[in-house]
Write a protein that binds this ligand. Sequence first.
Ligand code: ADP
Length: 401
Amino acid sequence: MKVLVINSGSSSLKYQLYDMTDESVLAKGLVERIGMESSILNHKPTGGQEVTEVKEILEHNTAIRKVLAMLTDSEHGVIESIDEIDAVGHRVVHGGESFKASALVDDNAKSEIRRLIDLAPLHNPAAMMGITASEANMPGIPMVVVFDTAFHQDMPKKAYLYAIPKVLYNKYKVRRYGFHGTSHEYVSKAAAEFLGQSIEDLKIITCHIGNGGSITAVLGGHSVDTSMGMTPLEGLMMGTRSGDLDPAIVPYVMNKEELTVNEVNSMLNKHSGLLAISGVSSDMREITDGLAEGDPNCTLAFEMYEYRMRKYIGSYAAAMNGVDVIVFTAGVGENSVVVREKVCENLTYLGVEIDDALNAIRSGEPRLISTANSKVKVLVVPTNEELVIARDTYRIVNESK
Ligand code: ADP
């Protein structure tokens, strides 16, 4: 069975084609700048030549058509015909309270995702464009939606409610949802497997640290708290997002600077975080380069970023009354030796002890970076959200037959 995984953004579309007999990736690629002057399609067939095409791709429908043409291309393709695709899995950011797990795409699911656009105005419309375009170009092929929020739907009320008038939850479902759920679920399971222990017996803190970042407390395999909130803005300091701040700052600044709702949203989501403090970049590589060169702004940005991560790890150890395993994943978590080192350096009170040589190793496999004496096991586990989507799609489509 072959499963096409689609991650559709507002101007981009990422894809991976899986052969589920051995979970191998047959091809993957990315369409960027959809709707802009020159769109770019980058296609990588496994074991074959990477191709990049620059052409006009005005909307998602054309993007999907080009992707399907590339997958079936006589030179760069990996399948003979679209009919070989047995199912399509779509990543959807917000599943609200409606989706506690992945689901088959039907009229009901689609209208629910549309209803949730109110909660995720930037993300869910893009996912819907990907779904609609896929349906138009692959009629009759079963599709599944996989949500970033679903894993966190187990959180207890005390973790997901905000201490504001209840009417806001009752009327508008204002609450913590949490994001990166597929990644937190995947790496927590992979960590338990790697350690040869049952996840039911473990208190795990998973740190998904990429451009966006979130930390989750995983108790017995369930998310019991997570740092992102109703939107992906809450929690950690991120590349361009502020993370936590005193909510009173928002009306104060809006008033002083005469900012509109859109402007303040844009300030907190796009012009804050590492970028704002360093004045240099939102990319951790440039921040750590600046740190190594003694740049004071990069140093401060790095310290604030690492400090916030450490505070969340401490608070989730408190939430679970302990921690057995800490997992680092995503772009920064998997690659930045210095972020891991600095975060763990100040967690000795929890019994964390990092082995510097193990921490410095690079590999695409799950690995231990703590010493044999460390009370808490610290792991780096490469995340694989696409594989989770492919697996869920495969399982749900088979179950529905
Ligand atoms: P996204 O949230 O967009 O999925 P990723 O998980 O791909 O992001 O992470 C992207 C970030 O990872 C980059 O912005 C960069 O800061 C960071 N990163 C990638 N490689 C390294 C590295 N070698 N060292 C430090 N940071 C890195």
